[in-house]
Design a protein around this ligand. Sequence first.
Ligand code: S3P
Length: 177
Amino acid sequence: MQQSIILIGYMGAGKTTVGRQLALSLGWQFYDLDWYIETRFHKSVDLIFQEMGEEGFRDLERRMLHEAAEFQNIVLSCGGGTPCFYDNMDYMNSLAETVYLKVDPEVLAMHLRMGKTIRPLIKGKTPEELVDYIRGTLAQREPFYTKAKHTIDVSLMDNYEKIAITVKLLKEELGLA
Ligand code: S3P
């Protein structure tokens, strides 16, 4: 069977962690869109933002989404903003099983504070500014995220046992268990 799964959701939702484990358990290839962009252009997302601004990054992101999403039998995790620009969400829905990994703002803030990835949109924010920023942008982004064909709440996913349970739930939801 030819198909693919695309994971969407806010920064720090665990798209890469869940996606990697899901791909492993299906025996499929895993791709992370930010990684794909960084590898194709030999530059970090942070540097691309600095050199081209957000608008330039979004254009690259759309073009790379169109390359990566054409692969079959893959799990692809997108950037947090990917579904919210151009017709990206409709495009993803036309090609793949899309899944929104939903996480509460406070949990996202905790993950982002602990994470090592440099994320240009939240660089230099204090813990209070970060939670406010997440609440505001999540409210703007949810109308796009909820267009996904499937939604699962992963707010409680914070250790490997829970990641395994999430992957199991996801496979059941997608009829792949
Ligand atoms: C972004 C999320 C990031 C990355 C870029 C912009 C966003 O990906 O694409 O920094 O707009 O939410 P992750 O969601 O993987 O952190």
